[in-house]
Design a protein around this ligand. Structure first.
Ligand code: 13P
Length: 253
């Protein structure tokens, strides 16, 4: 089963205009020079930079994504951005359900499913994030949490063509800690089973499941070479061209 590797940078709430443009241009230029086999490269800057970065990566294969969206197409939603607006701007992807939004904005599985469904409606591909907290891990609940999040936040409209799952253990985000390779492989294999029970075996076999949480150049190869890991969702290391591209270079394709 060939699933094309996706290396996605989640810039979170970082970068002002000139540094953001320089970062995006650096990624685009290095990607042109890359000698590895093809893998998809995606960058997800904050909303404020999307237009400028669309221009900065023009003519390259680097794709553009956003970090969140509303579920409505338009209307009285002050401060929100619709998936149609993101599509109109040239985004191909949107992240939904990141743990920072689940925690800081109290986003529920049901809300995330609505956002994901709306993104698919607008013609975007959606990266739906899941993952357990440290307390849940210590209680042996990792798979159960992932199951509940997949069942609740992946919409029925999801297929392997329009949806990517990102497994991001909350305790690994920004901490420099990661699960062991065998833990990651076990959870990713379980996630694929859960996707199969929700969306069918064919979708599960083709759907990409990314790992996220302290992925760095020095651990990327061991994580990305795992059978059920189809790429990475990278935070801190996506803010440095060399680190981000070193992670891409460690991908299995
Ligand atoms: P870090 O790579 O900084 O741990 O962040 C991971 C993440 O949350 C990506 O969405």
């Amino acid at each position: 089963m060939v699933r094309k590797t996706l290396i996605a940078g989640n810039w979170k709430m970082n970068e002002l205009l000139s540094d953001g443009i320089a970062l995006a241009k650096g990624v685009a230029e290095e990607n042109k020079k890359a000698t590895r086999k093809d893998c998809e490269i995606l960058i997800c800057p904050p909303f404020t930079l999307l237009m400028a970065i669309k221009k900065a990566i023009r003519g390259s294969k680097v794709m553009l994504g956003a970090q969140d969206c509303h579920f409505a197409e338009k209307g009285a939603h002050t401060g929100d951005i619709s998936p149609e607006m993101l599509k109109d701007l040239g985004c191909q992807y949107v992240i939904v359900g990141h743990s920072e939004r689940r925690t800081n904005h109290k986003e529920s599985n049901a809300l995330i499913a609505k956002k994901a469904e709306a993104a698919i409606r607008a013609g975007l591909k959606v990266i739906i994030c899941i993952g357990e907290t440290e307390a849940e891990k210590n209680a042996g609940k990792t798979i159960e949490v992932c199951r509940n999040q997949i069942m609740g936040s992946v919409p029925t409209a999801s297929t392997a063509a329009n949806t990517v799952i990102a497994y991001e253990p909350v305790w690994a985000i920004g901490t420099g800690r990661t699960p062991t390779a065998s833990e990651v492989e076990e959870v990713h294999a379980a996630i694929r089973q859960i996707i199969a029970s929700k969306l069918g075996r064919a979708n599960a076999n083709k759907m990409r499941v990314l790992y996220g949480g302290s992925m760095k150049p020095n651990n990327a190869k061991s994580l990305l070479s795992l059978a059920d890991v189809d790429g990475g969702l990278i935070g801190g290391a996506s803010l440095k061209v060399a680190d981000f591209m070193a992670i891409a270079a460690a991908s299995k394709q």
